[in-house]
Structure formats: structure tokens, C-alpha cells
Design a protein around this ligand. Structure first.
Ligand SMILES: [Zn+2]
Length: 294
């Protein structure tokens, strides 16, 4: 009798292992593969010192893997939501750290911009394919010879990943225009200055991306540039007019299910072509588009 059991175990055990591995592989296949990147800078082009590779790598070489997954509150909000759903496999893609000097740094050199975007392309190529990308950007990056750096980042990454959803979070001091909404699928911007809600916007981006990949949401964006410029000192959202503008954006979001209204006040200390318009509403609408909200 014992021999019969041993023989059975001998044949059944490998079969059990094989089935378990197959189930594990199937579980992985069902998950959504998202590459995440952080490349954030608020560039004061009137400041004296340029921001080159030396400044970008002052605190260490570019990150990869789990270091990227905890890089800043937007990223943590995004990652925490994905982990709670359990439906994602997240990969931290080659991303530079904070640049030395932060916003006191002037123009980013072309050499630095090319190094980091090419590094991202290479890493995406090696670690792909992906179902979607999440980019934690700032929106006020200024690069020598590149007029709209955030849009250019998305364009460069698309050459590798193709037509997959690319979701972005931005600071409200972003200088952007339609070029970014033309190439990205969804943009979420903080509504508070100081930026208490960066984590929340990261979480929100993850939630909408989750629904987009499941097919229950189709993001569509519109961009408006009212031609207004304000200095940062008048953008505190505890007082009018900034408080009222953001309150109106929240009201629109509350009145329409699945509508997200993002406003960027812009960053006045940058000599860039899209700096002039400091109000930038970006709406993400459910399909079909609801009747006009405004
Ligand atoms: Zn800011």
C-alpha cells in the first residue's frame, strides 16, 4: 500500500507543481504592466546657473526599480492605489533624481535632457512591453533648444511604447499648452498651493488609468489658454482669485460624474513660449462627451 502511495506521489507532485506555475503565470498575464517615470523640474530661466548633468546627478545617479516607485508624493499616491487594487505590475524606469538647486536652477542643458530621455527609451525597450505609462512631471521644465519639454518627453517615449495610455501628473506651476494634451492621454494637476493634494492626484491618476485599461473609461482632453500671467506670490489658493478658480474647478468636477478639471496657474519666471497662459484647464471626459459644462 505504501509503495502505491509513493508511486502516486512521484507522478502527481510534478504535475501539481506544473499546474501551480501555470496558474502563477496566468495571474501575471492578467495584471496590467505599467512603466513609471519621474522627471521633474521647475526651471527659472532668469537665474544664473544652468542645470546640467552635474546638477542632476549631485544626489546620485539616475534611479531605477523600487527607488522610482517612492520618488515623491505624486508617485506614492499612484503606487499605493495600484498596490491596493492588486491588478498592476509596476516597473520603475530610469529616472533622474532631484536636480541640485531645484527651482533656482536655470535652463536644463540639451545634453542632460537627451541623456535622461534616451535612458528612459532604452529601459522601456528592455523591460517592455507595457500596457500603460505613468509620468510624474512638473510642467515648468525649460530646456535649451526644446520649446515644449514635457510634450517632447511623451513624444520620445511613444516612439518606444507605441499607442498605449500615457497618464501624467503635474504641479499647478506648469507652463503647458495643447501640445501636451495632444500627445498624452490624461493629465492631473494639483489644486492647492501649497500642494497638499499631490498624493491625491497621483492616486486619482491611478484610479482613472485602472478604469481606462479595464475599458470602462475613455479619457478625452480639451485645453484652453486664456492669456493670463500671474506671479507665484498671487497663486496661494487660500485667497482669491486662486481660491475661487480652484473652487470652480472642484464644483465642475462635483456636478458631473467622471469629469476632472485641471488648472495650471503657470510659472512666470521662465522665458518660454507657453509661459504666458497661466490658466490651463484640462478636462478628462467620459465617453460620450457630456453636453457643455461651462
Ligand atoms: Zn508648484
Amino acid at each position: 500500500m505504501k509503495t502505491v502511495v509513493k508511486i502516486l506521489l512521484f507522478f502527481l507532485f510534478p504535475l501539481f507543481l506544473f499546474t501551480s506555475c501555470q496558474q502563477a503565470d496566468q495571474g501575471k498575464k492578467d495584471k496590467m504592466r505599467v512603466g513609471v517615470i519621474r522627471f521633474s523640474h521647475e526651471t527659472c530661466t532668469f537665474c544664473p546657473r544652468e542645470t546640467g548633468i552635474k546638477e542632476w546627478e549631485y544626489y546620485g545617479p539616475p534611479m531605477q526599480g523600487k527607488d522610482v516607485l517612492s520618488a515623491g508624493p505624486y508617485m506614492r499616491g499612484f503606487v499605493d492605489f495600484c498596490r491596493e487594487t492588486g491588478g498592476f505590475i509596476l516597473t520603475g524606469i530610469y529616472s533622474p533624481r532631484e536636480a541640485q538647486g531645484g527651482s533656482s536652477g536655470s535652463w536644463i542643458t540639451r545634453e542632460a535632457f537627451d541623456k535622461y530621455t534616451h535612458g528612459m527609451q532604452k529601459d522601456l525597450q528592455e523591460q517592455g512591453p507595457f500596457d500603460a505609462l505613468y509620468l510624474s512631471l512638473h510642467g515648468a521644465m525649460a530646456v535649451k533648444g526644446i520649446l515644449k519639454p514635457e510634450a517632447e518627453i511623451v513624444r520620445r517615449l511613444r516612439t518606444v511604447v507605441g499607442d498605449i495610455p500615457i497618464f501624467i501628473t503635474l504641479d499647478l506651476h506648469a507652463n503647458e499648452d495643447h501640445e501636451l494634451s495632444d500627445v498624452a492621454d490624461a493629465v492631473f494637476i494639483v489644486k492647492r498651493y501649497p500642494h497638499y493634494d499631490s498624493y491625491l492626484q497621483g492616486e486619482r491618476a491611478a484610479w482613472v488609468l485602472y478604469r481606462t485599461l479595464k475599458g470602462t473609461y475613455k479619457p478625452v482632453m480639451a485645453t484652453r489658454k486664456p492669456g493670463v500671467i500671474t506671479p507665484s506670490v498671487f497663486q496661494w489658493t487660500g485667497e482669491a482669485p486662486a481660491m475661487e478658480i480652484m473652487e470652480r474647478a472642484r464644483r465642475w468636477e462635483c456636478r458631473r460624474k467622471d469629469v476632472f478639471v485641471s488648472v495650471a496657474f503657470g510659472f512666470a519666471y521662465a522665458d518660454v513660449p507657453d509661459a504666458g497662459a497661466t490658466l490651463l484647464p484640462i478636462m478628462i471626459l467620459r465617453w460620450p462627451i457630456p453636453s457643455p459644462m461651462i
